[in-house]
Design a protein. Structure first.
Length: 173
């Protein structure tokens, strides 16, 4: 954890002054107007959270398409019969991004980088597959949904790929 440049007493004084003088004046005085850097792990966890929520909502709103509920009642999803194995696969497809939120925060950098690159790369074909067999009437829905998911996956890939490297203190420089 990064140590603050201010002592606890100074922080209490800053908070009191901010209430008395206004936050903007105090921020200028103490040079706290800049946003602190966000750790890469937190950025990745946020991106996976966004991806997961969007992924779920796309599926949810997809239920509003004509005929989808009738197919579900008939035991069919897309072209597949609804079976325990199919539902387990669907659960895994949603569960993996949920796990990535936690894993992005707790794994060591080297493993974290590799897993984020691998999982994001594997989700690209699954994301694009959502549009297979759809009519052009649904192009705006699938364009926005797939486009947004791909942007999030690209952000994850780029962030993990460009993960800052630090030299081990035990290695000679």
């Amino acid at each position: 954890m990064r140590k603050s440049q201010y002592s606890d007493e100074q922080i209490v004084k800053i908070v009191r002054e901010s209430h008395a003088q206004g936050v903007a004046e105090t921020a200028k005085k103490y040079k706290v107007s800049d946003n602190p850097p966000i750790p890469l792990q937190a950025k990745l966890a946020a991106a996976w959270t966004s991806f997961m929520f969007f992924y779920i909502y796309v599926d949810y709103y997809g239920l509003f398409k004509p005929g989808v509920i009738d197919d579900l009642r008939a035991g069919i999803v897309f072209e597949f019969d609804i079976t325990p194995i199919l539902l387990t696969v669907f659960l895994a497809l949603v569960g993996i991004p949920a796990l990535m939120v936690v894993l992005s925060m707790v794994l060591p950098a080297r493993v974290n980088r590799a897993i984020n690159i691998s999982v994001a790369s594997l989700y690209i074909p699954f994301t694009v597959f959502n549009a297979v067999g759809e009519s052009s009437n649904w192009a705006p829905f699938y364009g926005l949904s797939i486009g947004t998911e791909l942007v999030l996956l690209a952000f994850i890939l780029r962030s993990a790929w460009t993960w800052p490297r630090t030299q081990s203190p035990s290695l000679p420089g």
